[in-house]
Design a protein around this ligand. Structure first.
Ligand code: CP
Ligand code: NVA
Length: 327
């Protein structure tokens, strides 16, 4: 006779899991998280004040942050939980002790850990030893929390993401580009990177994106001609030319990426209804110009606000069985 499990099956398949990359989620899980984020965004604050009561979130940041830090802290506070924050020398993954030891210790104190780090590999080691959910708050490889917010913003602006053309101009090998592209193709968008050969995703990575998008009709291509990448796009996205930790390449990046700056002229090749997106912080006069980022078709502050709503959904999904929630 088969034993009947008395353990309730969690309604959230994300309960207790880590989020280091977008591809840690199945497409249905990504879609459900976004639905929960939309629900929490309009739900009264009083109704969500107890969702994470008595839970503590540790936030450990090796690099500076405005949006990620504050949006996680406010999200956790509004959900009734507590937050502690350590940065810089106080927390450098793998310097005072192994990532595994740090993860095991912290798992005895807190309910979830959000980490912003340089290299991705120590973060993977940290997560593999942690007994509580670990969330990547940006590593050299990925920025999945940004992608959740970006997808929420696209849904708000366009309804369905399937069939959208998303152009990304600039450093197409960076963390934001990777997470954006993975989420977009999973949800059925076509991604066109506009970048020089030095900043082009590898052929194998482009093939991985095509495979990720196969079920929903998403796909990815790279163009060295910026106009070809942007022509007919619904969305034009860019990010800084030089990411944190990559400062030694700044001069080379400035020279190589200048033709991919989202100027008014380049933006004019997108659809007349196209929106401009940027994860922020931005540098006007470098990867874009004031007329675009401060213009009527810019969605950048919606993206920034949506970080908080998307991360609320993530925290609730990782830390609870989502009882009583409609998704
Ligand atoms: N977009 C983003 O992650 O911003 P911060 O670096 O300020 O957190
Ligand atoms: N690519 C940028 C994103 C900052 C939010 C960086 O890593 O610095």
């Amino acid at each position: 006779m088969t034993a009947v499990s008395l353990v309730p099956v969690p309604a959230s398949t994300l309960f207790g899991r880590h989020l280091l990359e977008v591809t840690d989620l199945r497409t249905e899980e990504l879609a459900r998280l976004l639905a929960l984020a939309r629900y929490l965004k309009v739900q009264g604050r009083g109704e969500q004040r107890t969702l994470l009561r008595d839970r503590t979130l540790a936030m450990l940041f090796e690099k500076p942050s405005l949006r990620t830090r504050v949006s996680f802290e406010v999200a956790m506070t509004q959900l009734g939980g507590d937050v502690l924050f350590a940065q810089g020398a106080e927390f450098m993954i793998g310097t005072r002790e192994t990532p595994e030891d740090a993860a095991r210790v912290l798992s005895r104190y807190v309910d979830a850990i959000v980490v912003r780090t340089h290299a991705h590999e120590p973060l993977q080691r940290f997560a593999s030893a942690a007994d509580v959910p670990v969330v990547n708050a940006l590593s050299a490889r990925a920025h999945p929390c940004q992608a959740l917010s970006d997808m929420l913003t696209l849904q708000e602006r366009f309804g369905d993401i399937r069939g959208l053309r998303v152009a990304y101009a600039g450093d197409a090998r960076n963390n934001v580009a990777a997470s954006l592209a993975e989420a977009a193709v999973m949800l059925g968008a076509t991604v066109h990177f506009g970048c020089p050969p030095t900043h082009r995703p590898s052929e194998s990575y482009l093939a991985k994106l095509d495979a990720l998008g196969a079920k929903s009709g998403g796909s990815a291509r790279a163009f060295s001609n910026a106009v070809r990448a942007v022509r007919g796009a619904d969305v034009v996205y860019t990010d800084v030319w030089t990411s944190m930790g990559e400062e030694r390449y700044r001069e080379r990046n400035d020279a190589m990426l200048r033709p991919y700056a989202v100027t008014e002229e380049l933006f004019s090749y997108a659809k007349a209804t196209a929106i401009f997106m940027h994860c922020l912080p931005a540098h006007r006069g470098e990867e874009t110009v004031a007329a675009v980022i401060d213009g009527p078709r810019s969605a950048v502050f919606d993206q920034a606000e949506n970080r908080m709503h998307a991360q609320k959904a993530l925290l609730v999904a990782l830390l609870t069985e989502m009882k009583g929630l409609p998704v």
